[in-house]
Design a protein around this ligand. Structure first.
Ligand code: F6R
Length: 247
């Protein structure tokens, strides 16, 4: 059967993080117990800062929200400074009224990572659907840690990180500290099961990935292009990330 494809909504603005925080705030005004899918990485830091400001000013509350993060490094326990669990604690839980018991990430230190991936997928299925999935994008077009070559029907699983992603992410590790080789990530089908998706990209380093995503056909070499199969995707881009869009 032919793919039914849609064109994502695209908004280009100087402060996409603020727009993302506002979308989340509007959802939580309507549905305080909404289920959020969250991402980590540098692009998300200003989003979580805005959300923290909103909570501090009592303009928004995460108290009743359940969250599922996209991914976690295999081998890093939650307390490890470079774990995504630690990132979320530092940037969101400690800065807001979020209930840490409702924050979920795969356990990077689980003795059986494949079983952990299956457990995480089942938990999302049980507590979902995710109302709003926040995404960043890798310079190589990855979403979550679905690297080029990831199938569109993939679910939460253990993946090997590409040399490029490990190089890109080395900036978050101490000099000389090894970057993990594997991660547990939601799959592309897991991500596409969210009711709506907000993808944020900033900086010229993401311009090529955004242009490839919009090329028109979902392709495994640009995993983000599978988003064309979802009806409610909003791309929030700064002018640099949007600079190679052809139309
Ligand atoms: C992180 C994640 C990744 C990042 C992407 C962009 O949870 O899923 O897909 O969103 O690697 O990372 P930054 O924002 O650091 O460029």
């Amino acid at each position: 059967m032919a793919d039914i494809l849609t064109t994502p909504r695209i908004t280009i603005l100087d402060d996409p993080a603020r727009a993302a925080a506002e979308e989340i705030s509007a959802l939580l005004d309507e549905t305080p117990s909404a289920v959020l899918g969250l991402a980590t990485g540098g692009t998300m830091i200003p989003v979580y800062r805005r959300i923290a400001e909103g909570c501090a000013a009592s303009r928004m509350s995460l108290a009743r929200t359940t969250t599922f993060n996209l991914d976690e490094y295999v081998g890093l326990p939650p307390r490890h400074r470079q774990s995504y669990h630690h990132f979320m604690t530092e940037h969101l839980v400690n800065q807001s009224d979020m209930n840490p018991a409702r924050m979920h990430l795969p356990d990077g230190a689980a003795p059986d990572p494949d079983a952990e991936a299956a457990r995480y997928e089942a938990m999302i299925a049980r507590q979902g659907p995710i109302d709003l999935q926040l995404l960043g994008i890798g310079a190589n077009g990855h979403i979550g840690f679905n690297e080029p070559g990831s199938p569109g029907d993939s679910r939460t699983r253990v993946v090997e990180l590409t040399a490029r992603t490990r190089r890109d992410n080395a900036r978050y590790f101490a000099p000389g500290e090894p970057v993990p080789t594997h991660a547990i990530t939601m799959g592309i089908a897991t991500i596409l099961a969210a009711r709506r998706i907000v993808l944020l990209a900033t900086g010229s380093g993401k311009a090529q990935a955004i242009a490839s995503l919009l090329e028109g056909v979902p392709r495994s070499d640009c995993p983000a292009s599978f988003l064309l199969r979802h009806r409610q995707v909003h791309l929030l881009l700064d002018p640099a990330a949007a600079s190679l869009i052809r139309r």
